[in-house]
Ligand binder design. Sequence first.
Ligand SMILES: *[C@@H]1O[C@H](CO)[C@@H](O)[C@H](O)[C@H]1NC(C)=O
Ligand SMILES: *[C@@H]1O[C@H](CO)[C@@H](O)[C@H](O)[C@H]1NC(C)=O
Ligand SMILES: *[C@@H]1O[C@H](CO)[C@@H](O)[C@H](O)[C@H]1NC(C)=O
Length: 458
Amino acid sequence: MATYQPTTESSGTIPNTDMIWCSIRQCFITSVGIMFLWLFITLKDLKEDEADRSVEARYDSKNLRLLEDWQKITFKYSEKIQKRRKTWLTVGITSVSRRDPSGLFYTLASLYEASSPAEQRRLTVLVHLADSDLIWLRETVAHISSHYSAQILAGQLLLIHAPSEAYPTVDGIQNETSPGQFHSKKNVDNAFLMSFATKLSTYFLLIEDNVYCVPNFVTHIHAKVTAMKPKSWVLLEFSNMGSLGKLFHSRNLPLLAHFLLLFHRSKPLDRMILHFRTLLVQESPIISRPFLFYHRLPDHRFDNKESTVVPEKNIYGPDNPPGAVFTDMKVSGVHFPWEAYTMDESFFWTYNVSTGNHLTVILNHPANLTRVQVVTGSIMNGQYILVKGQVELGYDPEGMPQYCTNFVLLGHLRQGQMDQEIFLKSIRNHVSCVRLVVNADQVGGLIIRHIYLWEENA
Ligand SMILES: *[C@@H]1O[C@H](CO)[C@@H](O)[C@H](O)[C@H]1NC(C)=O
Ligand SMILES: *[C@@H]1O[C@H](CO)[C@@H](O)[C@H](O)[C@H]1NC(C)=O
Ligand SMILES: *[C@@H]1O[C@H](CO)[C@@H](O)[C@H](O)[C@H]1NC(C)=O
């Protein structure tokens, strides 16, 4: 069972659990143009004759049905409303309320500032508001519709939302504390985004919220695609960060969405994308430099003694609790190790590192960490990254000077970076050290740009 309902007559509608509304004044401007997709997919209980199958098989069959339902509805909806011309490129963004809300607005502003009117005509921007928090949805829609009514009315900016009923569960239990559940949400969010984007344009570019876009990125991408013409490709990368700046042929999106839904619990999105690329037999990555997309650096105001304005802490930014930084890598005398742990744009510069070298942050007091981000390499073109390295969390400091006695592997760097949320209480609590370890000798320069730590309830 599935129905959909664009919220075109939202003024005066009483909000219920499956509907959002915005203020009459704001909605009035753009309500006709806002394309909202509402899906109410009732996931029927599985029949008894399926009960003897394994959990996996039942689960997959449910996903398949979910996908078929989803595709039927999205295509029907697209046909109806997307009678407009197909554009050359669709940029897809998934946004959730947990992240810095200004991130999405920043990204949209950057997208439109970076593209000329001619480029904008070749562009569709598709935003999946992937959160069931009604207040957040309402405020986000109100904000976007008041700032981008022209783009919405022209069909260049589309907002979609799938209600939580559309999301698969494991045996009916949502376990938010397990890491698989977290990957799952992000994978399914993006599967919906891609599924909806299939018919909008020839190419699809996946970015994230909280992103800076390089001016004229559409033209740059067009030039790259033209240059690639004689060769076949599955994935072109315009950034080396996780799932940011990845270009696909739109015709491959149904397959990719299907793949994400089937294996949504198995891996994080960025690794699913790499796996998909190899499945479609593109063996090596095609990374286009210089990069066109960057994560926005945390908003930073430096202490200015003259100023009477007290700098506000960005509640979504990193916390970096006080600590000391030690390393056995070479120190050049210009960029010091502790610059890797500051929250400004300074960095630590070293060279010719060997297996086993480390840079360790020893916290003054044990902390409960919810997320760790380590970024190496230059911001513009990804040079001077640590090619093989891992991040470890340390506990139980002893001795003078103090050093941790137990370390647990948190994750490996990919393309010089790691950004990981920590779910298991057993690893996230009482962390005293965060250590970046070199896993292979490397000749030449190395930039350790930052180590960011987020504390629980900081
Ligand atoms: C959720 O996952 C965690 C970690 O994997 C596990 O310890 C816990 O028992 C699970 N809870 C439920 C209700 O399945
Ligand atoms: C790094 O190692 C290479 C090869 O061993 C050497 O040629 C180079 O001089 C070293 N760089 C520095 C700055 O010592
Ligand atoms: C970390 O979590 C533990 C267990 O939940 C708690 O007892 C402790 O006070 C927390 N520490 C900090 C610094 O928040």
